[in-house]
Ligand binder design. Sequence first.
Ligand code: ISE
Length: 338
Amino acid sequence: MVKLGLIGCGAIAHTHVSNLVSVLNNGEITAIYDINKDAAEQINNQFELNAKIYDSIDEVVNDDNVDAVMVCSRNDAHVDPVIKAVEAGKPVFVEKPLATVASDCKKVVDAELKTGKRLVQVGFMRRFDPFYIQLKNEIDSGDIGKPLMGYNRHFTTRPATNYFETPNMINDAFIHEIDITHWLFNEPYTSVQVQYARPNSLNTATKLKDPQIATLHMKSGAIVNTYLTQNSIYGYDVMCQVIGEKGIAQLPDMPTIEVRKAGHISHTIDEDWTKRFITAYQVELQTFINEVAADEKLTGPSSWDGYVAAVTADCAIKSQTDESLVPIHLDEMPELYK
Ligand code: ISE
């Protein structure tokens, strides 16, 4: 049994813990910390975890009854616990983004490189989604020819948090497409541009410009557009279409059953993103637990992937200021991540 220390007890922690206690094997929460102790107690009671509730991150990380750490705190509070876990030599699963700025991600990469071992898995769960995996296999098979361009839709029903601001569209939402697109296309980005479309009058987040369109340019000349909103109102809707030289591959429009009734054909569209990606959340965490249990090299998205995404996100946030095309420069990938 892999004993896990949980840091941060918000919505995504509930998703992971619910999966842990009901579907996953070989993992249990033994220690918890949240800046708000009531939240730690609430999750402990709700899922009958019987975990020890601590007053600090250090106590969780250094508890002998903790084999690995799960960081589910606010996006801007990931780095400290991740580095502490790495320095204690403990594997750590951290929710996306690894950090909200690339310089913080670099600190994690450097701390991990010092240990000479991969200890970090970042929660880019889309890489574990069965449909994204099929899409990648199709592209990698070469059957649609070289990928030339693409389109993503990333529509969230309503803002993920009540403090959602314009840059969060990038480092909280678009970060998923940043990670998945270069993984699908097998090549690095050269530049990114963010533009604003007509403002949605139904957007209630006063510090959020919504909707946005982000364009990623790749080394080969391939271009991928992503339409982003946190106010789709009608439901959570994710699409990815890749256009190749000989054909097109795309995610199913709605991965739910089709119903024909009363003169209509319909699909249910969930409001909640965790339902669309529930399998992906389960497989990513089970993969982490299995690899930790077997003391194997972690194979999920690495801190380097988190860093690459954050470098790109930094450039996209820069573009948000004047909608210009911002060049992206990446360092050489260290051996540990190859
Ligand atoms: C949220 O934080 C997530 O991570 C979801 O996967 C994403 O689709 C949503 O837009 C984000 O706000």
